[in-house]
Unconditional design. Structure first.
Length: 400
């Protein structure tokens, strides 16, 4: 039997595309191995959103070449730097990413290959034509492409049949989905045994009030919106080509909080964008204090050759970036704990993902004393302690 290992870097879109590749390989000839094991085949799905992602992708390829008899490399970095990777690693085979291809109807996993996920990604959109000045993805992912609603529904039904109880709608620029997200959400909510629908990252310039109202009214839609801010300074936002102001962002957040009071609003922030002085950085801090994000993902500005910002003047030095990142890490811990603590000694509903662990609708992870039989069910728990691990950006653990 052929042993195959998959390793994925990057976003939920990459995670989805890895699952598509897995589903295409499922049969009795393949056995799924764990990353770090020797295998007949390694498949590395790369990311190129930052220089760090490039470096991690190369490291993953080197390790795969030591452990795998054959190595296939796919994803954004492989597409962007195909010639470079072919020169560095002549042994590898490069595979074009599968975009928004629907999983085969035979995607229900072979028991020896993969365990169905309780929370499953469903990629419904690919590509971006916005061209933020720091971002390489429009050059890699190309024009906007959208999966037809009927294909989305059919695939969601297959995922639910395979054991999924939460569907996470994802894309490279999800808000540009051409068939109207509110319609997709409504259709998905009619699927029996689908308990939750979650929306992945939505750019604020593409989030409509109609969609916010739909989330507020539909009990199956999770009360969690990830809205990348990137900067709280208007001049920096303009240089980034973000097409909104700090005032626009605050107005949007205030509307969300009026319509969905318990909504977790999470965000991305880029530190050290060219031209970001102390005043501009303080404007970002000020906006963080106003919004009180449930979670912050903080990234240092990474120069990407081929983007407009690559040659911008007034580049920020690395030491300054590190100091500012540490300041934002402390704010992340402060407001994450504040958001989670409001639920102390209150009953919350979680979707149990594995024995003794689950996730609330508004993206708080709960650890409790549970049984394996509860996996895949909705369960109400009350907790009395909040623990924040500030070394883990994904962490928000509430102990029962």
């Amino acid at each position: 039997m052929t042993k195959v290992v998959f390793y994925t870097l990057g976003c939920k879109a990459n995670q989805y595309q890895t699952e598509v590749l897995k589903s295409q390989l499922i049969n009795d000839r393949f056995q799924l191995g764990l990353h770090g094991e020797e295998a007949d085949l390694y498949v590395i799905n790369t990311c190129t959103v930052t220089e760090t992602a490039d470096r991690k992708s190369r490291q993953a390829i080197r390790r795969a070449l030591r452990l795998g008899k054959k190595v296939i490399v796919t994803g954004c970095y492989a597409k962007l730097e195909k010639s470079l990777l072919s020169k560095l690693f002549p042994q590898i085979e490069i595979l074009e990413p599968s975009s928004i291809s629907r999983r085969p109807s035979t995607m229900i996993p072979h028991p020896s290959f993969i365990v169905p996920r309780i929370r499953a990604n469903l990629m419904i959109q690919d590509g971006c034509e916005h061209f933020c000045s720091y971002c390489i993805l429009p050059y890699v992912r190309g024009k906007v492409k959208s999966k037809p609603i009927e294909d989305v529904i059919a695939e969601a039904e297959e995922l639910v049949d395979a054991g999924a109880r939460e569907i996470i709608l994802t894309g490279i620029n999800l808000g540009t989905y051409q068939y109207q997200l509110s319609s997709v959400v409504h259709r998905l909510s009619l699927i029996e045994n689908l308990y939750r629908i979650r929306l992945s990252s939505l750019e604020p310039m593409y989030l409509s009030k109609d969609l916010i109202d739909t989330i507020a009214k539909n009990p199956k839609v999770c009360h969690h919106l990830h809205l990348p801010l990137q900067s709280g300074d208007n001049e920096i936002l303009k240089a980034m080509n973000r097409n909104y102001s700090r005032e626009d962002y605050l107005e949007l957040v205030n509307y969300i909080k009026r319509q969905i009071p318990d909504c977790a609003i999470t965000t991305d922030i880029i530190v050290g964008f060219p031209g970001e002085g102390e005043k501009e950085f303080q404007n970002t801090i000020d906006l963080i204090h106003k919004v009180k994000f449930a979670r912050l993902h903080v990234f240092p500005f990474s120069k990407r050759k081929g983007t407009a910002a690559y040659n911008f003047p007034a580049q920020v030095d690395q030491n300054t970036k590190k100091k500012r990142i540490e300041i934002l890490r402390q704010l992340r811990a402060k407001y994450l704990k504040e958001f989670a603590s409001q639920y102390l000694n209150q009953e919350v509903e979680i979707l149990v993902e594995k024995k003794g662990e689950g996730l609330t609708s508004n993206y708080l992870r709960v650890v409790y004393s549970g049984s394996k039989s509860e996996v895949g069910t909705l369960k109400k728990v009350k907790f009395s302690k909040v623990f924040i691990d500030n070394d883990d950006e994904k962490s928000s653990v509430i102990f029962h």
